[in-house]
Design a protein around this ligand. Structure first.
Ligand code: GRF
Length: 214
């Protein structure tokens, strides 16, 4: 069955904790008039995240929700985050170097509308230090993955992946740089797929993850 695609651009928030180069790649891509999503908000859990200044320079609203006053209460931090996202009528959330583990509560609340980029070919090399671990394992192919977020870290349905060859003389730095260049084109492509997948409530094609859990 054909579904009617909404012409309205999806309202997207990007969550960061640091440099924000993937955030910038998404902001740049979304400048294109035919891009199906608009970046309306950047949220950082760290007041000193370099990406905040880049977002502000690009004219995007920024909010800092410092996680530290919430202590161990992850859900209280996430309720504050959820309030901000809802206040900005956010439809899709992109994690881009956001260094907080999310609780099952938040993940369920944003199920099918929460995506992440991971610098490895999932399901290989979940977690941190993916490039040095890939080199140590001697893999010939490495890369990046964009996926929907599930409660378990670095898991959830894969939206897009792109690989790079691992070269004999690669260092952690050279491999990281090549993967990062891949990330910067992969994330905008994956967000486009998710945003275009948004459909009216009448039918859900099998490839349309974006309507899950709504
Ligand atoms: C990227 O490698 C991303 O895949 C990982 O954290 C890094 C963030 O880099 N989750 P940046 O802040 O987007 O520059």
């Amino acid at each position: 069955m054909r579904v009617t695609k909404s012409m309205a651009k999806k309202r997207v928030a990007i969550l960061i904790s640091g440099r924000g180069s993937n955030m910038t790649a998404l902001i740049e891509a979304a400048r294109s008039p035919d891009y199906p999503a608009e970046i309306v908000l950047v949220v950082s859990n760290r007041p000193d995240a370099a990406g905040l200044a880049s977002a502000a320079r690009a004219g995007i609203a920024t909010v800092v929700i410092d996680h530290r006053p919430f202590g161990e209460d992850r859900e209280a931090f996430e309720r504050a985050l959820d309030d901000v996202l809802r206040g900005h009528r956010i439809e899709l959330v992109c994690l881009a170097g956001f260094m907080r583990l999310l609780t099952a509560w938040f993940v369920a609340r944003w199920s099918g509308r929460l995506i992440n980029i991971h610098p490895a070919l999932l399901p290989d090399f979940k977690g941190l230090h993916t490039h040095s671990r890939a080199l140590a394992a001697g893999v010939k192919a490495h890369g990046a993955t964009v996926h929907f977020v599930a409660a378990e870290m670095d898991s959830g349905p894969i939206i897009a992946q792109e690989s790079v060859s691992v070269l004999d003389d690669d260092t952690e730095e050279s491999l990281a740089a090549r993967v990062l260049a891949v990330e910067h084109r992969l994330y905008p492509r994956a967000l486009r797929m998710v945003a275009e997948g948004g459909s009216t409530a009448t039918a859900v094609p099998e490839t349309d993850f974006s309507a899950r859990g709504k």
